[in-house]
Write a protein that binds this ligand. Structure first.
Ligand code: PLP
Length: 352
């Protein structure tokens, strides 16, 4: 693997930007990392100004969705250092997605080093405000110009970043989806691949029309078991036990999910990774033992669910202020990122 060629921008866009009032995912930092795969190898690693690139109408990725991505964040600690949260886990997952989509693997250590260089170059873009962060989007897509379904022989890997505000974490209203399916056993649900998100748009649009914010997917076979929600994994607390569906091949194995489970186990909280039936949720709600329902994911960390729609009925869940576990684990993750508590799991990676 060659060194990374660096071309800096002549005109930073930063001065035109109000970092306090940015819309999530709409503003892009000055630079991006790129490397290309051809002749059987990843090559030409470089950092250059963020700009449009040329797209052939015949790119395989545009037609057949041979494309994968990741999402992670860089933060300021209380000591004014910039850190990444578990980036190794993201690159390991990117390679897992790559394998399923016949995309050649990347060198994880090299890519982490490249990402650190990129964040360092754009360090002025990392908002130094509590709760704000730099969102990082790695992306690989097929670039063969070819009509016909086959794995591409060429790819582009890009990493670009966006400054993001403190996410407005209002509790959400979700609908249990029993007609449409996100993922089936044997499919690509566990892979962060483009098609999974395209296929979720229409059912989600219908739910939004009904007044919900998001869906809870159920299993594709019987629509009996809870899977996940949007780009979040789902967790519940029933009778003091933290329960979450197994991250098999239909569920994306979230890094936030894994972090929450590790902290819960460390605290001695009973944790169950198992099938979670919709009926169990309804029964626990009726019995008053369902005390917390929340989603986990990089964008929001913890997203409280306040209402669940099921077959035309609305289940109102306990007030967010009284939810002991999810609030505490949210605070704990913030402390680890800020460096105000020891990083006992070794999750924090300093950026140069
Ligand atoms: C990215 C994603 C998640 C959350 O994963 P994190 O690593 O915690 O950000 C959950 N579900 C889906 C479908 C996702 O795409």
């Amino acid at each position: 693997m060659s060194n990374i060629k660096i071309e800096l921008t002549k005109q930073s866009k930063l001065k035109d930007l109000d970092l306090e009032n940015i819309v999530f995912g709409r503003e892009f930092s000055d630079h991006m990392f790129i490397m290309d795969y051809y002749d059987g190898q990843w090559r030409d690693a470089r950092i250059e100004p963020f700009k449009n690139m040329e797209v052939s109408p015949a790119f395989l990725s545009l037609h057949y969705a041979q494309s994968i991505f990741e999402g992670l964040k860089a933060f300021y600690t209380q000591n004014d250092e910039i850190v990444l949260f578990r980036p190794q886990a993201n690159f390991a997952r990117l390679n897992k997605s790559a394998e399923r989509m016949c995309i050649p693997p990347i060198d994880e250590a090299f890519t982490l080093d490249a990402l650190k260089q990129l964040v360092n170059i754009d360090r002025a873009w990392v908002p130094n405000v509590k709760g704000a962060s730099l969102y990082i989007r790695p992306l690989i897509f097929a670039t063969d110009e070819f009509v016909g379904v086959k794995p591409s022989e060429t790819y582009r890997f890009v990493i670009f970043t966006c400054p993001v505000n403190k996410y407005y974490d209002a509790p959400v209203k979700v609908k249990i989806e029993e007609s449409y399916t996100r993922a089936c056993s044997g499919g690509v649900g566990y892979s962060k691949t483009a098609g999974n998100y395209a296929s979720s748009l229409y059912p989600t649009k219908l739910a939004i029309k009904e007044g919900f914010d998001q869906l809870i997917w159920t299993d594709g076979k019987e629509h009996k078991f809870i899977e996940e929600s949007g780009t979040m994994n789902l967790m519940v607390v029933i009778d003091g036990k933290l329960i979450t569906p197994i991250s098999g091949d239909t569920i994306l194995a979230g890094i936030t999910r894994d972090s929450v489970l590790k902290i819960a186990r460390d605290w001695g909280m009973p944790v169950e990774e198992r099938n979670l039936a919709v009926q169990e949720l309804l029964d626990a709600h009726a019995a008053g033992t369902l005390t917390e329902v929340f989603g986990t994911g990089t964008a929001v960390t913890i997203c409280h669910i306040i209402t669940i729609g099921y077959r035309g009925q609305l289940l109102e869940l306990p007030a967010v202020a009284g939810r002991v576990f999810s609030n505490k684990v949210n605070d704990q993750l913030a402390k680890i990122r800020l460096g105000s508590d020891v990083d006992k799991f070794d999750w924090i990676e300093k950026v140069g």
